[in-house]
Design a protein around this ligand. Structure first.
Ligand code: SAM
Length: 301
């Protein structure tokens, strides 16, 4: 079929569904209501992410790239490819549908609380016994969150000297995890970081002379980056002293949040801390935590 007639036939299909989304080449690719619903179901099934009906354009734009990359010409064909269980494409699909917005010291009050309350509390409790500190950044995206945690820990070094400190950094999205592992960031990512901290914890990236910076080895030595889908079984046993899971569960529905928070409570130490993102809350989700402050919780049972 010639391009023109193909485009017009696709446009006719659109007339049937009442939907039409234009891609940049000028051709029109249709996403029917049914296909959209099926895609949302696959997203929920693979990632736990609950895509609302308002996310149609977002899904359309993000998956358009996957259609091009896989040489599929319709959303129906693409859905069939996913249904055939192609592991590589399922991973690329999951990567495409996640939202990875993050930054260094985002929601700074959490890092202040870590430095001023959590670390002193744990040092007081365990300082004469195990001297073991375990923190998990769940949904760490490109790594700015766990590097901010690591900087905070290192700056509390006088309290944590001779402690066994480990920071687990996990995300479902293999692309963002790769960035975290390398620890190399563009200059605009670090422009709000005070000069003293920049000099101390970042070095000029040797790989390229374009102003990019690399995180210091001393921070990376504390950290392990691993791909982990929070919906799957977790290979680690814990217990963790602190879990950061910020701006992740906002994408999950309440029943999924309830199961996840119960699992967090199970893997946290007694009195362990759970830190959520600014628009997230445990209200009607879990009664196993006490609220300590702005989206900061402590396990109660
Ligand atoms: C908006 S980012 C938040 C990053 C960081 N925690 C922060 O607050 O700056 C949300 C992250 O959650 C991850 N995510 C979404 N669903 C996930 C799942 N089922 N398992 C693990 N990570 C998931 C996404 O890949 C994304 O990187």
């Amino acid at each position: 079929m010639k391009a023109n007639s193909m485009a017009s036939s696709i446009r006719n299909q659109d007339a049937a569904t009442g939907r039409s989304d234009r891609i940049s080449s000028g051709e029109t690719l249709s996403l029917s209501d049914r296909e959209f619903d099926e895609i949302r179901a696959v997203i929920k099934n693979l990632t736990g992410i609950n895509m609302g009906a308002s996310k149609r354009q977002l899904i359309y734009r993000r998956l358009q790239t996957r259609l091009k990359a896989t040489g599929t010409s319709t959303f129906r064909d693409y859905l069939e490819l996913l249904e055939r269980g192609d592991a590589t494409e399922r991973e690329a699909f999951s990567n495409a549908v996640t939202t990875n917005l993050t930054s260094f010291f985002r929601e700074k009050h959490h890092f202040d609380f870590l430095a001023k309350t959590i670390i002193p509390d744990i040092v007081a409790k365990k300082g004469s016994s195990s001297k073991r500190l375990r923190i998990w950044s769940a949904g760490c995206s490109t790594g700015e969150e766990p590097y901010s945690i690591a900087i905070t820990l290192k700056e509390a070094q006088k309290d944590l000297a001779h402690w066994d400190v480990k920071l687990l950094c996990t995300d479902l999205d293999s692309n963002v995890l790769g960035v975290g592992k390398t620890g190399i960031y563009a200059p605009d990512r670090v422009e709000k970081i005070p000069q003293a901290q920049l000099r101390r914890w970042f070095t000029k990236s040797r790989e390229q002379d374009d102003g990019r910076v690399k995180m210091s080895r001393a921070l990376q030595d504390l950290m392990t980056f691993k791909q982990l889908n929070l919906m799957d079984d977790w290979p680690m046993r814990g217990p963790f002293d602190v879990i950061f899971c910020r701006n992740v569960v906002i994408y999950f529905d309440k029943p999924t949040q309830r199961v996840l928070m119960d699992r967090y409570a199970n893997i946290l130490a007694d009195d362990g801390y759970l830190i959520l993102g600014h628009s997230e809350s445990l209200f009607n989700v879990s009664d196993r935590f006490a609220l300590l402050g702005n989206t900061i919780y402590r396990k109660s049972h």
